[in-house]
Design a protein. Sequence first.
Length: 262
Amino acid sequence: MKKLLAFIFSLGVLFDISAQKVQDFSSYFKEKDLEGGFFMYNYQKKEYLVSDKGEFLKATSPASTFKILNSLIALETGAIKDENEIIKWDGQERSQSAWNADHDLKNAYKNSTVWFYQELARRIGEDKYRKYLKACNYGNQDISGGLTTFWLGSSMLISPKNQLEFLVKLHEEKLPFSKRTFDIVKKIMIREQTPEYLLRAKTGWSNFPPTDIGWFIGYIEAKSNTYFFVTRVYKPVDKKLPSFGADRVEITNTILKALHIP
């Protein structure tokens, strides 16, 4: 474990000395009446593209983007057998109709089903979370907000920079998980697949006052390069914006298209 942590620390140092380019993407957010930032890591060039250096390092709740690491931990610890094991719905009606059914891991990831991952959290337990959060250098590693809620706006915080670092290590499989675990999680992360590129991604939404925080994170494997991206948007919780969820993704896609990616 000591060697593993030393290796992960060395990766962090490499990321810290990577080049950064700043580019103004504010118009894409203003079009949606939102504030936020876009951040990218060019794997081939070892270069960051950021909309704002301060925002790049600002840590907020990961919300459901934590489901990527949560899935890795759950599989590795045996909290869930595989992507097809079903956990029965408890019959409690929840706000998202798609959640009100039995789920397996692949559908829980796709639907961002909170109750499913909360059950996994109970099976994983605090000690294993602490171990893996430290080994993965993920966010502030603070689970004091509660075993089933720490990633939902209470205590866990992560910056866009740290999100990108985590995604690169996931892609390279330089995290403390088995090949089988990586294969399953990478498979359930697939959002789009074409002959030209493969997109793995996850959305997240924290709606704790005073501000809604929306994420869209992931990476695009194109033929000649891999591009890692993080978009984070904000709005006051009392501001009516029905398209907020979709806007995270649309803003990202528009920026990537403007950058000719993929």
